[in-house]
Design a protein around this ligand. Structure first.
Ligand SMILES: C[S@@+](CC[C@H](N)C(=O)[O-])C[C@H]1O[C@@H](n2cnc3c(N)ncnc32)[C@H](O)[C@@H]1O
Length: 232
């Protein structure tokens, strides 16, 4: 099973980049597009001119940001995995896709008006302190008043819903594991990080510790998904 070491995580995406978008649609029953739209609208609410989409993967959220801003915002998107970036670049030339590390962003302080992260906080999480290190870096590259939006799976407060959600994740990954046996460990990793991740209030506390204020958590799907927004 891949561990939380960045090289292992990047290697994991080398193995699944070609089917990443299709697996997302399958595992979320096609709802991921709606969640990204909500996250993008939150990021765009203050009409940002310069947006950074960190851990952009194959560019789904970056492209939604570009579409909803009608090309008015300049969007820079960063990921450390070249295979995921190559899929993203093949989709659009309207976004600038660059390779980089989320804990050492190659931008001066205060460069961006908004910063987004979708379905990647679980990748960056090696305990609250680890995640805070990344959030500190996001805080650094935002201008004062800039907005941070994080879309991620969450932990439903209701025990029954939580059990059903985790059972769904285990069940939904079965056909994917079957169709793609070489990537079984990757999907086990995915299921494991979902069950381990923070409930919305704990993630809010980590975002606050990283220096942000006005943290709000918007939960969807009975708490299985959370979109956090916060201000620098
Ligand atoms: C689950 S994918 C999410 C992609 C995209 N944001 C989405 O919503 O579909 C996580 C992405 O984070 C990237 N990633 C993980 N750790 C990273 C790090 N430390 N620095 C940069 N990118 C990272 C991976 O390469 C992968 O493309």
């Amino acid at each position: 099973m891949p561990d939380k070491n960045p090289n292992a995580i990047s290697g994991f995406y080398d193995g699944i980049f070609h089917c990443y978008d299709a697996a997302n649609v399958f595992l979320t029953l096609g709802l991921d597009g709606r969640w990204r739209r909500k996250a993008a609208l939150l990021a765009l609410a203050s009409k940002p001119e310069h947006i950074l989409d960190v851990c952009c993967g194959t560019g789904s959220l970056s492209i939604e940001l570009n579409r909803l801003s009608m090309g008015r915002a300049s969007i820079t998107s960063l990921d450390f995995n070249e295979a995921m970036l190559s899929k993203a670049r093949a989709k659009t030339s309207a976004v600038s896709f660059i390779r980089g590390e989320a804990d050492a962003l190659p931008f001066p302080d205060g460069t961006f008006d908004a910063l987004t992260l979708s379905f990647a906080a679980r990748n960056l999480n090696d305990g609250g302190a680890g995640l805070k290190k990344y959030f500190n870096e996001f805080h650094r590259v935002l201008r004062p008043g800039g907005v941070f939006v994080n879309l991620e799976t969450s932990r439903p407060g209701n025990r029954l819903i939580r059990s059903l959600f985790h059972a769904y994740v285990r069940l939904a990954t079965v056909p994917v594991r079957f169709l793609s046996p070489t990537h079984r460990a990757a999907y086990d990793f995915l299921a494991g990080t979902i069950a381990d991740f923070y409930p919305p209030e704990e993630l809010s506390a980590i975002i606050l510790e990283a220096g942000f204020s006005k943290v709000e958590a918007h939960t969807l799907m009975f708490g299985a998904i959370a979109i956090h927004s916060a201000i620098k």
